[in-house]
Design a protein around this ligand. Structure first.
Ligand SMILES: Cc1cc2nc3c(=O)[nH]c(=O)nc-3n(C[C@H](O)[C@H](O)[C@H](O)COP(=O)(O)O)c2cc1C
Length: 223
């Protein structure tokens, strides 16, 4: 698969088949993704790849925290800035609307919407979870490099026939997962990622999100 096809076919997959992924495939994906660029080649990323009972234990603790309405553990790295401007709120709402419509979930069906969050914490049924970490001493430049690495992981996975969904929701339980995975004190979990084979029959996987046209975000100078 060429890179343009990988970029255009990758989507956030939100329903997976339970089929196990061989460790060697993930090893290979990471072995290629490590060629991602990073500022001054710091390669500031860390990954923890989790499956089986360990993955289930992480889902269990997150779901328990969610159900008990435990305070969010976003801490110094909130998922969204306060007072998100309307343009961004609209885009965010658009994704939720598209997903809920495809799954037949009504806007006021709070139970179904809660189940959806629980599904998020279950990695949407994916057999593999990947957590992306960064040393807390790093600033926004290195976090940008981490993001590039994550995208490369997604694209390589796509090229290898695997589906992914990046999941910032894990920021809400990052301290609990940190403890569960016995991470180094300085490591911060940025996000999780579900990885596996897409469920081809799940309506939610037909969601195709919109993008602003180039004119909306690019300025060409001197052409
Ligand atoms: C850093 C990052 C975190 C994300 N976190 C979540 C998440 O927690 N749950 C989820 O369902 N989707 C999550 N997404 C998926 C986005 O909603 C998705 O990328 C966006 O709507 C564009 O759709 P597409 O990925 O299908 O092109 C995340 C995406 C990124 C890049």
């Amino acid at each position: 698969m060429d890179v343009i096809t990988a970029v255009k076919t990758r989507i956030s997959t939100r329903a997976f088949l339970p089929d196990a992924v061989p460790q060697s495939d993930i090893q290979e994906i990471l072995d290629i993704a490590r060629y991602s660029p990073s500022s001054s080649n710091l390669q500031p990323w860390g990954t923890i790849v989790v499956t089986g009972a360990e993955k289930q234990a992480i889902s269990d603790l997150a779901i328990k925290a969610f159900k008990s309405q435990a305070p969010s553990e976003e801490g110094d790295y909130p998922i969204y800035p306060k007072d998100l401007p309307q343009k961004y709120q609209d885009r965010r709402a658009g994704v939720g609307k598209g997903m809920y419509e495809l799954m037949g979930i009504k806007r006021d069906d709070m139970a179904a919407r809660m189940n959806w969050v629980i599904d998020n914490y279950n990695f949407y049924g994916a057999p593999v979870a990947v957590f992306f970490t960064i040393d807390r001493l790093h600033g926004r430049n290195q976090w940008a490099s981490l993001g590039m690495f994550m995208q490369t992981v997604c694209l390589v996975a796509e090229a290898k026939g695997y589906a992914t969904c990046m999941q910032e929701i894990w920021a809400q339980v990052r301290d609990s997962v940190h403890k569960q995975l016995e991470l180094d004190e300085n490591d911060v979990i940025y996000a999780g990622m579900a990885l596996g084979k897409a469920d081809p029959d799940a309506p939610v996987n037909t969601l195709r999100t919109e993008r602003e046209a180039v004119d909306g975000f690019a300025k060409f100078v001197g052409f």
